[in-house]
Design a protein around this ligand. Structure first.
Ligand code: C5P
Length: 403
């Protein structure tokens, strides 16, 4: 695992030396990049000695001291060579630059050129950490899918006591190494994901649908791909971009979704049904537009096929993960659906409040076939997607051990 470790200019910069060592002990190759401010606190030589590699300290300097073409494009090469991008301490200034895409030195430029997982361990004075500007920057970085290793509460070098102290080097190393291990733990799997709403026609111009944005399902597809799976994304109509390198199968109605899923069932080893499938439809919509009249119009609706239940009957040893969007009794409903639909996991979330449909964040419970209920605190949908796969892989092991 190749880790680019960015060191920002804060008093906690000296702790990054311990972090570099912990990462190396965990089997990582570490390339340190120091900002100019970081070099005021710790000398590059410390990191060079610990990692056995030249430390990158400047955008336009080369070993000989002259700017060369190779040094001018080094940030691109470094971004490509490393699978993980970690920054500790991430100062308020670095968070602001990352959040806004400013690129005025090596570290911030490499950040923009980097496409893999990013882990940020902030450290700063409590007031700076709690400032609305920093709060907004952290939220934007989280929404982008980056991991934030929260600073701890405690005595700070500035004399204040409060939140802002860099998390322990061990905790940061664990977060970075865990992210690295996730990079490949779904290799060999084919994950079939359904996402978004369905549209059920009433006539050629009108339809029934729901408020699903598809964001949760797309985050699941993206997480599965990032962890090495082949991904088939069967999606109802949404307004978001499909993740890179997934096979997108666009569908419109519940019946189309059913056909698309069953056609690809043989290929799948894990199925995640996050789509908000319509429960009712007009089974034979008229071919012509229904005329407006002054009279009351009654629509006759029939139930749609319950795709998840059908999959539950045909799943074999595939892992089957369903969703339950509820407005009350979340745990009970999630476990009830787990049983009735023969799933291995139900991801339950409360809808109707600020979270859920169309939000970038979610808060869920995972009801597992083992009878356990795992609460997952509020986090970005991308981070929740990773928790779902963490628990799914753990669950599969537990189920195999029982056999
Ligand atoms: O029973 P309920 O509709 O709340 O269950 C939600 C779960 O069932 C989701 O995983 C959803 O994708 C799936 N579902 C389905 N076919 C339907 C309705 C829901 O697969 N017709």
């Amino acid at each position: 695992m190749n880790v680019l470790l960015g060191v920002g200019g804060g008093i906690a910069a000296y702790k990054a030396a311990e972090l570099a060592r912990a990462l190396m002990e965990g089997g990582a190759r570490v390339q340190v990049v120091m900002t100019a401010a970081a070099q005021e606190f710790v000398r590059p030589l410390t990191f060079a000695a610990l990692t056995g590699r030249k430390v990158i300290t400047d955008l336009f300097s080369s070993a000989s001291g002259d700017a060369t073409l190779s040094s001018a494009v080094e940030h691109i090469a470094v971004a490509q060579e490393n699978g993980l991008f970690a920054v500790a301490p991430a100062t308020a200034d670095l968070l602001a630059k990352f959040a806004n895409g400013l690129a005025d030195d090596f570290l911030t430029t490499a950040y923009l050129a980097f496409t893999g997982p990013v882990i940020l361990a902030p450290a700063m004075n409590t007031n700076m950490w709690l400032h609305p500007a920093t709060r907004e920057n952290v939220k934007r970085l989280r929404d982008r899918g980056h991991r934030i290793v929260e600073p701890e509460e405690g005595y700070l070098a500035c004399g204040m006591t409060g939140a802002g102290r860099l998390a322990s080097p061990d905790a940061i190393a664990r977060a970075v190494l865990a992210e690295g291990n996730r990079r490949s733990d779904l290799e060999g799997e084919t994950v079939l994901v359904t996402a978004g709403p369905t549209q059920e026609p009433i006539d050629p111009v009108r339809y029934l649908t729901n408020r699903s944005s598809g964001k949760m399902g797309y985050a699941i597809a993206e997480a599965a791909r990032a962890r090495g799976a082949r991904v088939i994304l069967v999606s109802g109509p949404v307004h978001i971009q499909a993740p890179r390198d997934v096979t997108l199968v666009p569908v419109r109605t519940a019946n189309e979704m059913r056909a698309a899923v069953l056609d690809r069932l043989d290929k799948a080893t894990i199925i995640v049904k996050s789509a908000a499938v319509a429960d009712f439809h007009v089974s034979r919509p008229p071919e012509q537009k229904i005329k407006k009249t002054a009279a009351r119009l009654t629509l006759e609706l029939d139930p749609t096929p319950d795709i998840l239940s059908e999959l539950g009957r045909r799943k074999g040893d595939r892992l089957l993960i369903g969703f339950a969007a509820e407005t009350e009794n979340l745990n009970r409903e999630a476990h009830r659906k787990l049983e009735t639909k023969n799933c291995d996991m139900i991801v339950g979330n409360l809808v109707g409040g600020a979270l859920g449909f169309d939000s970038d964040e979610n808060e869920v419970v995972l009801a597992l076939r083992t009878g356990e209920t795992v609460p997952v605190e509020r986090a970005s949908k991308r981070a929740i997607a990773d928790r779902i796969f963490d628990e799914a892989l753990r669950l599969r092991q537990a189920l195999h051990a029982r056999q």
